[in-house]
Write a protein of this length. Structure first.
Length: 700
């Protein structure tokens, strides 16, 4: 940053991962993650003039920092504030309608908002968590340091390897060099760095400093790509070295051995080991830098004789021995729903994808699926609608795809990196991962582009115009286009935007325009990050958009009926506008639509268009028990801001516990008034009586 002050609506640190700007509608400061496109509003009683400061003045790492002069900062009501002394020791965690006072001294405040933000203040001060906002009140006006860190992670280096399994094992062993700690705190998503990239070449070349973390753990496996691919995320998380051995097993330097040859298959055993280790790390870490009341720890300690305090300081080998002594069935119901299972064909072309799969901490499986007949995927009722409705295609279904349904898993998302068109999983390609990694900082408002290229489909255009940009706390730039020519559509597709919603006709030859068609396979570059092609047979065109620069999108497998497509488009627009990732949005729509099986995801299904209100994507299911009694199920889905290992604290009545994110909390009992108050706290989809609602209006 070179500016000493900011004008209204202007932006500092343009081009950096984190930026600061002044809101145009109130006094205060906007903190922006300019890669993930998240923003966090800090409101002040009077206008402020941010001045750049050294970001190393904070106890936690930050990407940029400024100083503002104020005596009060107001933030969103659901923001947790963690207070530490100047040495980093945790003093308090304030949230959910509490107030605490702090005396003289220097303090570090960690704000758990849409962007990871830190304040450095001098006491005395008070934190007051009110129903509608949380206020940080200082005894007098002072210079408050504001620092922030992007949730975007970039690899530190590139490793060159041959496709020889011995070389690939050495390269994968170096993945754990990206861990920011080898303690149980590595279960926090922000303390797991992106593994170095892999590039196939003529010889193995590992840059200096890129080596396995010194944990004394090794994974012995047969030297073939299938075993390497499956254990890569576990090796990364444990800081383990991969070595050749006759049978797969984990070995510690203290002599403990865990064999991967139980009653389950090798892939199941590795998945269980990753989940069990990760989950128990989350339990034990409550003795560390975030000493919170964790629901899962309370339940674990009621079932098992486990000493979290002793395990926290124990060597990793001793921790693993204690962990694997726990029968998995006794904790299975507590383990967070895993974010991703990736089905990867174990072939040399996919070696370069391993860092991205590992970064997602995915469960890796060898592709195993069932071929699905076209008649089960495509619209069987199209002919019945043709008299009264239209389809969003101008040609016949191509029928070229081979549809495959991956073996079922218990993960939130599935990705398919193999031959065939997956049903119920994202078709992921190397380009999608590379495009996600190469996402550049962008200042300004969130860009939404809507294209409607058929007058008969204006009903959906009207709906999405009302939805996108409707969140008052976020700044949007919604740009709508109608009846474009080929040249005009090419120009729109090339323009930078965060999300493209296309409404119109698509067939095997491309996007229908008023003067012909545009085949996405002929495009050199597209500027959109994510997209939704609500048109017939848009799968191939969507894949082409990913190859041309997009990260991921929602597409169709076959012809879709216009009236049904409008309904799907309306619900998906609302979910995406709320912050749900692509794949999760589509999974929710499948609960509400009979035709959602005709839609799928290409590229990275985990990308979100905008941030959620509190970092997590939440789906509530409500069941009425009697006249004034309801049961609520609270499903939390991971996002880029709230990944595996994050903590949540739902505002249930009388709840004082934290839960692990990516979790389903069932049968929370509430009265009608309690339920109404709870549902009014944030905008989230609610399933009641088999339909999706967006507020508490269904309550009588």
């Amino acid at each position: 940053m070179e500016q000493s002050g900011l004008g209204e609506g202007s932006d500092a640190s343009v081009g950096l991962e984190v930026g600061f700007s002044l809101p145009s509608d109130s006094a205060g400061l906007l903190v922006r993650d300019q890669i993930e496109r998240h923003q966090f509003r800090l409101e002040t009683p009077a206008p402020v003039t941010p001045k750049p400061v050294d970001e190393t003045r904070f106890w936690f790492p930050t990407d940029a920092a400024v100083c503002i002069e104020t005596d009060r900062i107001d933030i969103a009501a659901n923001t947790v504030v963690c207070v530490r002394d100047d040495a980093g020791s945790m003093l308090a965690q304030v949230d959910q309608r509490r107030a605490e006072q702090f005396g003289p001294g220097t303090y570090s405040l960690e704000l758990f908002g849409p962007v990871k933000t830190y304040l450095k203040v001098d006491g005395p001060f008070t934190i007051d968590a009110k129903p509608l906002e949380t206020s940080i009140s200082l005894d007098e006006s002072q210079g408050v340091l504001v620092g922030a860190r992007s949730s975007h992670e970039s690899p530190a280096a590139t490793i060159t390897t041959t496709d020889d399994p011995a070389d690939v094992m050495k390269a994968v062993s170096a993945f754990s060099s990206a861990l920011k700690t080898t303690s149980v705190e590595r279960s926090y998503p922000t303390l797991r760095g992106h593994p170095p990239l892999l590039e196939l070449g003529d010889e193995l070349d590992i840059p200096e400093g890129m080596h396995a973390a010194d944990t004394g753990i090794r994974l012995e496996i047969p030297p073939d790509l299938r075993h390497i691919f499956v254990v890569a995320p576990l090796a990364y998380y444990l800081g383990a070295e991969l070595v050749s051995g006759p049978r797969p097993r984990l070995v510690t330097d203290s002599g403990f051995v865990h064999e991967f040859d139980g009653p389950r298959a090798f892939e199941d055993d590795v998945a269980r080991a990753l989940k069990q280790t990760f989950f128990l790390d989350c339990v034990v870490r409550t003795e560390g830098i975030y000493a919170v009341d964790l629901h899962e720890r309370e339940v674990v300690e009621s079932r098992l004789d486990i000493d979290a305090e002793a395990l926290y300081d124990a060597p990793l080998g001793e921790q693993l021995k204690a962990y694997f002594d726990v029968p998995y069935e006794q904790i299975k119901d507590l383990v967070p729903e895993w974010k991703l299972t990736t089905h990867v064909a174990p072939q040399p072309d996919n070696v370069e994808l391993l860092p991205f799969v590992t970064n997602d901490l995915a469960v890796v499986r060898t592709p195993d699926g069932t071929e699905v007949p076209h008649s089960e995927v495509e619209a069987s009722a199209v002919d019945d609608f043709l008299r009264d409705d239209i389809v969003r295609s101008t040609g016949a279904t191509t029928g070229r795809e081979t549809y495959v349904k991956p073996q079922s898993t218990d993960s939130v998302e599935q990705a398919w990196i193999s031959d065939g068109t997956p049903v119920g999983a994202s078709k992921t390609t190397p380009a999608a991962y590379q495009n996600r990694l190469q996402r550049k900082p962008a200042d300004g408002d969130i860009g939404i582009t809507v294209v409607c290229n058929d007058q008969e489909m204006l009903a959906e255009s009207d709906v999405v115009d009302e939805v996108y940009g409707s969140r008052e706390e976020l700044a949007f730039d919604v740009d709508a286009h109608y009846d474009l020519s080929r040249d005009e559509l090419r120009s729109v597709l090339a323009e930078p935007t965060d999300f493209l919603h296309y409404i119109g006709h698509i067939d095997g030859e491309g996007f229908q325009c008023r003067d012909g068609k545009v085949d996405a396979e002929t495009l050199d570059h597209v500027g959109t990050g994510a997209f939704f092609l609500n048109a017939c047979q848009s799968y191939d065109q969507g894949l082409a958009l990913v190859e041309a620069g997009a990260i991921g999108g929602i597409v169709t497998f076959s012809d879709v009926i216009n009236s049904q497509a409008v309904g799907v488009g309306r619900t998906l627009a609302r979910l995406l506008n709320t912050g749900f990732p692509l794949q999760t949005s589509l999974d929710v729509v499948r609960k509400d639509s009979d035709v959602a099986h005709q839609y799928g995801v290409v590229g990275d299904g985990g990308i979100s268009v905008v941030q959620t209100e509190n970092g997590t994507a939440v789906l509530c299911e409500v069941t009425q028990v009697d006249n004034d009694a309801y049961h609520l199920s609270y499903q939390v889905y991971p996002t880029s801001r709230c990944g595996l290992g994050s903590l949540i604290r739902p505002a249930f009545p009388d709840n004082n516990s934290y839960y692990l994110g990516s979790q389903r909390i069932n049968n929370v009992k509430m009265t009608q008034d309690e339920l109404r108050d709870f549902l009014s706290l944030e905008n989230m989809p609610i399933i009641y009586d088999d339909s999706i609602h967006w507020d508490e209006g269904f309550l009588t």
